[in-house]
Design a protein around this ligand. Structure first.
Ligand code: FE2
Length: 410
């Protein structure tokens, strides 16, 4: 139970049905301390989240105990707000014991929580609803026209120079639209990895840290021909296909070779709304993706849509060029699968959903490989030269970079 309110401190708490104590967040005013009604902090959560150097290593910021070690009966001795510890008020909580089930659990423990930290990390709002932390900008689903309204090339020097805002603009646009373009990137082979490194570590695959897209004889990948290449994601045959793909145009004097981009999340949402039965089939039947060439045999099976992943509201996997022979769980799945896929592809082939652009030398397309499908129209290899250089960066690296940039721009 809670200790009696201290002079000048109003601290409210209650026992929830599970038996955990809850404390409201104290806020400081000139008159004293009052409970802020905005958030709820279970006491055991506060103890679990202690930021002191015995609980979080001061150098590497890593936690020094596990949640399983907490004393579920952790009691507080007192709570007060200190205004003498730094530029902002700090909630000081003195615990009745160590708060951990350890052999040396005698003694006491004191935790300090700056108010800005509490506000940023509160697990529940006043009504007890969960409160997400570090939310990224929300997806803006787009059609071709809607993307063309926000499309603006970001100059290379603004992207690379930390004193300019190009990187931040690019990252926010990636989070929202899954696609941005740079221009004025020098025509050099090394530039695509230099640009990618601004966001994260270059992701090395069997194609190499970077790879060339140009037509070559006996190509091991359809991308390395002059054929048209339909909408797809790269590396669907990996368990975790990379998030960001970069394509730097070094040469493009051919007829054709236009790039097409399409927001698969938009297409999937439209499809689900109008054809829920077909959508459900593509949620259930795994598609086999493979790369079976040059002594390499990559393989991964996944439904076209996944809506049950707690970290991502929607996952789409779509890459016809890399589809292997289907394996069905039951003969009854066969007809519905092919009917559903045919219907979904009507949405993908809708020109209104596509954004088209013929990359010019010095331009870089950067897109969320697991969201924005990409394609290329055929080109006449005898009419000139077309050479793109590509690379990948993990989506985790992108999100880390975006969170850092958001904090820097706050
Ligand atoms: Fe591709």
């Amino acid at each position: 139970m809670f200790p009696p309110a201290q002079a000048g401190i109003e601290l409210v708490g209650r026992l929830d049905p599970l038996g955990y104590n809850y404390a409201g967040l104290c806020s400081a005013t000139k008159k004293g301390l009052h409970v802020h009604s905005g958030y709820q902090f279970p006491l055991i959560w506060l103890r679990d989240s202690c930021q002191c150097p015995n609980c979080i290593h001061p150098d590497n910021k890593q936690k020094l105990f596990s949640s399983g070690e907490l004393d579920a009966e952790a009691k507080l001795d007192s709570a007060s707000v200190r205004e003498d510890l730094g530029p902002e008020p700090v909630l000081e909580v003195r615990w009745g014991g160590l708060g951990l089930n350890r052999e040396s659990s005698g003694g006491s423990h004191t935790s300090h929580y700056p108010f800005s930290w509490l506000t940023a990390n509160a697990p529940f709002d006043a009504s007890g609803s969960p409160r997400p932390h570090f939310e990224l900008p929300k997806h803006q689903l787009w059609s071709g026209r809607e993307f063309s309204e926000v499309h603006n090339f970001i100059p290379y020097d603004e992207f690379m120079d930390p004193s300019k805002g190009g990187l931040y603009r690019a990252l926010v646009q990636m989070a929202e639209y899954g696609l941005f373009f740079l221009e004025g990137v020098p025509i050099e082979d090394s530039k695509v990895t230099e640009v990618a490194s601004r966001i994260g570590v270059v992701y090395n695959t069997f194609y190499g840290a970077s790879w060339d897209v140009r037509s070559v004889p006996n190509a091991e990948n359809i991308a390395y021909t002059s054929l048209s290449l339909g909408l797809h994601m790269d590396l669907c045959y990996f368990e975790a296909p990379p998030g960001l793909q970069f394509l730097h145009c070094l040469q493009n004097s051919v007829e054709g070779g236009t790039s097409i981009f399409l927001d698969s999340f938009k297409a999937a949402m439209m499809f689900r709304e109008r054809h829920p039965d077909h959508f459900a089939v593509l949620e259930q039947v795994p598609v086999t993706f493979h790369y079976y060439n040059n002594n390499r045999h990559f393989r991964y099976r996944s439904p076209t849509f996944i809506t049950t992943d707690p970290n991502e509201p929607l996952i789409v996997r779509y890459a016809p060029p890399f589809q292997g022979p289907m394996e069905f769980g039951h003969p009854d799945e066969v007809g519905p699968f092919y009917r559903a896929m045919a219907k979904f592809e009507q949405y993908l082939s809708n020109p209104a959903l596509q954004f088209q652009l013929t990359l010019q030398p010095g331009q870089v397309a950067v897109f969320h490989n697991r969201r924005v499908l990409h394609a290329r129209t055929a080109f006449d290899g005898s009419s000139g030269l077309r050479h793109l250089k590509g690379t990948y960066v993990l989506y985790d690296d992108f999100k880390s970079c975006l969170r850092s940039e958001i904090a820097r721009h706050r």
